[in-house]
Design a protein around this ligand. Structure first.
Ligand code: GTP
Ligand code: MG
Length: 243
């Protein structure tokens, strides 16, 4: 199940533009910043095969990487808020924080560099309940015949997010085969700072997802820092391909 070689093949903007050689493929999906590109690089043991630099969350392409000349790893655009800032804070505390922020900006001179920056951050905060991801990604899931399984990445270092549950349930409802991959399992916040262990976040997510599925999808714990789960994913992929 080891990776001998891996190459970038192409970026496509429509499912019709994707490679047509019919080789089996696995798509990595998940919220912006969840660690899709990092996981892809970890799987193929390359530092920068999948680009992480250009504007996070802004990629609007389906990226095909060919592995061992015989199957594809596919990097899809992230969904959800592009910046893990106000979008991570929900409900009343978000409203309160926005109020404080806006009052603070008001007090600053409009030419103040920092206040300009904060206005920009506020402007780029996500619309509430932005659960609609691009139609072409949806079309890709529904029309791509050689798609063996979607690998849905969930950040294990933060509490379960509704948008991730919505995404998983949409895939389930549309009978798209799915494997859950929990990322950043190396990250441990101190309990006294309100942080929870990755295991606790994973357990909560598993509990919530059971309400959507009769049989829970397979799942793997990973870290691109320690390479935890790398061999498990590659083995799982080879079993799904039957070779
Ligand atoms: P988009 O391209 O914006 O959709 O993000 P992405 O899902 O491709 O995430 P990316 O791989 O660029 O990683 C985002 C950030 O998370 C980077 O700063 C990574 O270094 C960090 N990161 C990714 N995986 C891990 C991990 O397993 N552990 C830790 N500690 N950090 C990680
Ligand atoms: Mg990326």
């Amino acid at each position: 199940a080891q990776v001998v070689n891996a190459d970038f093949v192409k970026s496509s903007v429509r499912p019709d533009d994707c490679p047509r050689d019919g080789l089996p493929e696995f798509a990595l999906v998940g919220r912006s910043n969840v660690g899709k590109s990092s996981l892809l690089n970890s799987l193929v043991r390359r530092k920068r095969l999948a680009l992480t630099s250009k504007k996070p969350g802004k990629t609007q392409c389906i990226n095909h990487f060919k592995v061992n000349d015989s199957w594809y790893l596919v990097d899809l655009p992230g969904y959800g808020p592009a910046r893990p800032f106000l979008g991570e804070i929900e409900g009343e505390s978000r409203a309160l924080l926005l109020q404080i922020l806006l009052e603070w900006i008001w007090q600053q001179s409009p030419t103040h560099g920092l206040s300009k920056k904060l206005v920009r951050i506020y402007a780029s905060a996500p619309q509430e309940a932005r659960t609609n991801w691009d139609e072409f990604t949806r079309n890709y899931f529904l029309s791509r015949e050689n798609l063996v399984s979607v690998f849905l990445l969930i950040d294990a270092s933060i509490p379960a997010k509704k948008i991730d549950l919505d995404y998983a349930s949409w895939l389930g409802q549309n009978k798209v085969p799915m494997t859950l991959v929990f990322t950043k399992c190396d990250k441990r916040k101190k309990k006294k700072n309100g942080g929870r262990k990755p295991e606790e976040n994973v357990e909560t997510f598993q509990g919530l997802i059971r309400e959507y599925f009769e049989a829970a999808p397979p799942w793997i714990m990973t870290s691109s820092v320690t390479n935890q789960g790398r061999d498990e994913i590659l083995l799982h992929m080879s079993q799904l391909r039957n070779y």
